[in-house]
Design a protein around this ligand. Structure first.
Ligand code: HEC
Ligand code: HEC
Length: 265
């Protein structure tokens, strides 16, 4: 398949998935997931797995692509994938020289280094939105799916983000943008890919502060013709945003979105 065909297929899948995803992602994202966590030296595998699971199912946004449904955009992790087993079983056999733990960490922070078979390189690096302790907890959770947890406190840098990753985004200031204040059309069409106030999907750039970066005309263009301007750092994701909002939204809805986004400073 050409990459254009692939993109069209993706957009269709995404649009179809959007309705189910929105129903399932929003309540999960709003569930009690601490935006940052820290572990002491005595942390047990069980504690790591439990924390990892809540991030995986919540703020991590992983289930948006790794659901077990047939249209899922990423490979099954918690169930068998092509006879290779669950992720905790197959992780050690993925890349020669990398053990399970090393592979999973890389798969999360540098997802495009080792692409699984025929999948497109659309997985966002986890350290864009998550801290190092959160990422290591998720590695433990994925190991536990069919394998043995070998993550320990020694793997986790003292300072979140101290190792290879940039620091996680600071906690929202009081009075900062909240998803709860977004118009319905944003919550229905956009939140599965764009975060506001730390809530929502991680596929496109977060919308916090977008009003300070883009004018109303640029916002309108970005919504109506996403390929016209590709957001910096999201070149790999070009073509993922649905190109047909001009057809599926009313002019009023588009203007509501433009006004809402231009007010996010
Ligand atoms: C936008 C969709 C998307 C999101 C969101 C996403 N992934 Fe992925 N993921 C993929 C795709 C596609 C692949 C296969 C291509 C590749 O290897 O990058 C993949 C591959 C993986 C793999 C390697 C699987 C294997 O069989 O070796 C792991 C592990 C993984 N993802 C975990 C996660 C976790 C944990 C999260 C949440 C922090 C996440 N993904 C979020 C799309 C996504
Ligand atoms: C399937 C995922 C997806 C959906 C749904 C989606 N977007 Fe996007 N969006 C992206 C991606 C990926 C990018 C970055 C690549 C690009 O610029 O095309 C992006 C870029 C943008 C940008 C430009 C950001 C910048 O920093 O330049 C704006 C504005 C935007 N989207 C608004 C929206 C609005 C409003 C909606 C809902 C009507 C929406 N998006 C729905 C994935 C999505």
């Amino acid at each position: 398949m050409s990459s254009v065909d692939l993109k069209i297929v993706l957009v269709v899948l995404v649009t179809l998935a959007a309705y189910t995803v929105v129903a399932s992602v929003i309540p999960q994202v709003e569930s009690e997931v601490p935006m940052d966590i820290a572990f002491g030296a005595e942390v047990t595998p069980e504690e790591l797995v439990e924390a990892g699971e809540s991030i995986y199912r919540g703020a991590g946004g992983c289930v948006a692509c790794h659901s077990e449904s047939p249209g899922a955009r990423g490979p099954n992790l918690l169930t068998d994938y092509r006879g290779e087993g669950l992720i905790g079983e197959r992780c050690a056999d993925r890349v020669p020289g990398l053990d399970c733990k090393e592979y999973l960490y890389q798969a999360l922070v540098r997802p495009n280094d080792h692409i699984v078979d025929d999948y497109p390189p659309i997985m966002p690096p986890s350290d864009r939105a998550l801290s190092q302790p959160q990422i290591w907890a998720m590695v433990a959770f994925l190991q536990a799916a069919g394998g043995e947890v070998t993550v320990t406190a020694a793997d986790i840098p003292d300072e979140p983000g101290a190792a290879t990753a940039p620091a996680p985004p600071p906690a929202p200031e009081p009075g900062a943008a909240q998803l709860a204040d977004a118009p319905d059309v944003f919550r229905a069409q956009c939140v599965m890919c764009h975060q506001v106030g730390g809530e929502g999907g991680p596929i496109g750039p977060p919308m916090d502060g977008i009003g300070a970066r883009l004018s109303e005309a640029e916002l309108r263009l970005a919504i109506l013709d996403p390929e016209a301007v590709i957001a910096e750092g999201y070149e790999d994701m070009a073509g993922i945003m649905p190109p047909n909002y001009g057809e599926i939204l009313t002019p009023d809805e588009i203007e509501t979105l433009v006004r809402y986004l231009s007010g996010l400073h």
